[in-house]
Ligand binder design. Structure first.
Ligand code: NAP
Length: 306
């Protein structure tokens, strides 16, 4: 029986691991489907305090892992496939093996949503990306398309103007969901163009193993036109990785875990940290901060209700 299991190994899970290891809780950190989380898909991170020159996302994660390990955190590859939170100790199934724990921190993050096109799936990493920060550099003086009408799409589009010569934002409606300030920035940028009421129907060209164009359908007129581009950035939101906990714990309509009084969830002894409970800030530093809070909350819970 363990005092604490932490699900997820991004900045939230690793910071929870560091704090709880230093509190002698000997946490087990379960890596999850994307070990290291979204930072491992990033190149330079320039907004994590303490690194004036910036550093690489994977290096930051590696350091966090080592730091937690130094104080006794243990790692396990794999992901939680089932959970019983109806009574304590909680029972967590990790790829077939069941572990018991007195407290649990869920830090499983959120994954980028995809359009669901077969061609999109086949061209991921070959011109289709969900991360402008990671891949924008590869599109120097080229033409790219960004899918979506929210803040993420405009943030990606604005970032991509540093590299690409033209960025086309394609949105399924005729009005953006993004905040006014982001809209003003995007409308004011001469490199950014908009395709309204339109959706990608196909990404070409799977046979060539690279992006050459997007087949765009106007949802109002039905017209289909091939739009020549070299890259496609899908920025239509994220899905919280909470499927295992559906029905076991309180979530919002989208599936983000509801927290109160810090990182407490609807189940006493279960805490949530990072993007799995935050669709607003979604930063490495805010995830790390909430991981710290979750570890302190778990420690206090164990002290009082052990
Ligand atoms: P979002 O606000 O949910 O926007 C997703 C966008 O993608 C929407 O415009 C949506 O269209 C479109 N979309 C969804 N599914 C689609 C599909 N299958 N095909 C085509 N289009 C699709 O997600 P987000 O932009 O990732 O933002 C999430 C949260 O983070 C928001 O609260 C946002 O304000 C915040 N955020 C803030 C910043 C910032 O302030 N700098 C940056 C990033 C994110 P509809 O509009 O038609 O639904």
């Amino acid at each position: 029986m363990r005092d604490l299991i932490i699900l997820g190994s991004g900045p939230a899970g690793l910071t929870a691991g560091l704090y709880s290891a230093r509190a002698h809780l000997k946490p087990l950190i379960v890596d999850g489907h994307e070990p290291g989380g979204q930072l491992t898909l990033t190149t330079t991170v320039e907004n994590f305090p303490g690194f004036p020159e910036g550093l690489m996302g994977p290096d930051l994660i590696r350091s966090m892992r080592q730091q937690a390990e130094r104080f006794g955190a243990e790692y396990r590859q794999g992901a939680a496939t089932a959970a019983d939170l109806s009574r304590r100790p909680f029972r967590i199934t990790i790829d077939g093996a069941t572990e018991e724990c007195r407290s649990l921190i869920i830090a499983t993050g959120a994954s980028a949503k995809m359009l669901g096109l077969e061609s999109e799936r086949k061209l991921v990493g070959h011109g289709v990306s969900t991360c402008a920060t990671c891949d924008g550099f590869f599109f120097q003086d080229q033409e790219v398309m960004v899918v979506g009408g929210g803040d993420s799409a405009l943030e990606e589009a604005l970032f991509l103007t540093k590299f690409a010569k033209r960025v086309t934002v394609i949105h399924r409606r005729d009005r953006l969901r993004a905040s006014k300030i982001m809209q003003d920035k995007a409308f004011g940028n001469p490199k950014i163009a908009f395709l309204w009421d339109s959706v990608p129907e196909e990404i070409l060209d799977v046979a060539q193993q690279k992006v050459t164009a997007v087949r765009v359908r106007n949802v109002k007129t039905g017209a289909v036109v091939d739009h020549r581009v070299d890259g496609v950035f899908v920025a239509i939101g994220h899905t919280p990785n909470t499927a295992v906990f559906r029905g076991l714990i309180e979530m919002d309509a989208v599936g983000y875990i509801t927290t109160h009084d810090g990182t407490k969830t609807s189940v006493p002894g279960v805490f949530a940290a990072g993007d799995v409970q935050d669709h607003v800030y979604r930063q490495a530093i805010t995830a790390a901060g909430s991981g710290c809070m979750a570890a302190i909350d778990a420690e206090r819970f164990l002290e009082h209700e052990g």
